[in-house]
Design a protein around this ligand. Sequence first.
Ligand code: NAD
Ligand SMILES: O=C(O)C(=O)C[C@@H](O)[C@H](O)[C@H](O)COP(=O)(O)O
Ligand code: ZN
Length: 357
Amino acid sequence: MKTLNVDLGERSYPIFIGEGLLGNPELITPYIAGQQVMVVTNETVAPLYLEKLKSSLIGFQVDEVILPDGERYKNSESIDLIYSELLKKRHNRKTTLIALGGGVVGDMCGFAAATYQRGVDFIQVPTTLLSQVDSSVGGKTGINHSLGKNMIGAFHQPKVVIADTDTLKTLPERELSAGIAEVIKYGLIRDEAFLSWIEDNMSDMLACNPEVLTKAIHESCRNKAEIVAEDELESGCRALLNLGHTFGHAIEAHQGYGNWLHGEAVGAGMIMAAYMSKELGWLDEVAFQRVSEVVESAKLPIKSPESMTKDDFISYMSLDKKNLDHRIRLVLLKSVGEAFITADYPQESFLKTLSDC
Ligand SMILES: NC(=O)c1ccc[n+]([C@@H]2O[C@H](COP(=O)([O-])OP(=O)(O)OC[C@H]3O[C@@H](n4cnc5c(N)ncnc54)[C@H](O)[C@@H]3O)[C@@H](O)[C@H]2O)c1
Ligand SMILES: O=C(O)C(=O)C[C@@H](O)[C@H](O)[C@H](O)COP(=O)(O)O
Ligand SMILES: [Zn+2]
């Protein structure tokens, strides 16, 4: 097992990564303050992993909420189901919520924990590649709105992250590719050496090779933990983690949540960001092709949906949480391995990107 730490003073926590972690009481029980636990999961993950998780929680009052599966259920109705179960089972302020599932379950469980009785503890047990490399770390929690992705939420850090790589054996291929999009993101924004490693190991990642996936998770979480430790609440460098997301969130919302997976939209969005970086003279053609090829090699879409017009993009992007003074702020690439954020660009380059990509 590998361990990383997210250094946030009194809110610091460990990330455990490895095989056979689910079901080990020594990894989870030290992080449960009271006697009550509420496991939040969904109808797909529960039959696969709920009993295993519960076997590590002997001696606690363990309750569970099994949500419907899908990005389209990342909404206030699902949050209400969690609150209702907590109240019905008389959970008090010492309770600990445990997110067992992918990023959708993790974001919702975290948001319920941030708000139930003004805030209770929670633990992340991520079971998708995307949630193991990204969403379980850093404390962004929340739900979608029909007008925009992740528009309602809170920063609320987990007490521990337990990433059992055995769970990836049951993950559908399309979901594995979606997770690789966020892995590629770390290489593009700040770690060119990691990007080269990703390029060299792409076929092993797609074949679910456990050593290669463990390294991908470790290096992704190391990069994310460093950024979050520097800028927990996204007043500066944390925004770089949004590479591809300003375009990608517009795709997800416009296409109807769940039709394009988050990682798929981020993959196409990163190519749009790279294309615009080329238009602005930051990337040359070779660097742009490198970005496009690594995304394509992960079996991700490389073009935005045919059905989306420039105005469709602009109407969603103009609501993006990073915007300042009605200017759309974008994360772009100075080079492969170095991102920056800007609202200062010629509108023609932005519009050309929307029509060409
Ligand atoms: N909070 C953050 O920092 C952050 C970061 C990145 C993404 N996100 C959010 O995460 C969400 C995407 O997460 P995701 O890609 O994990 O999607 P997801 O949670 O929808 O999971 C993908 C699918 O895999 C299933 N699944 C989960 N684990 C499985 C397993 N081990 N075996 C088989 N099936 C399994 C799920 O039920 C679901 O159908 C989006 O809502 C995105 O906005 C949040
Ligand atoms: O942790 C972050 O910060 C990120 O931006 C990680 C992203 O991969 C993730 O999709 C996040 O949920 C996007 O955040 P948002 O603030 O743009 O909603
Ligand atoms: Zn993301």
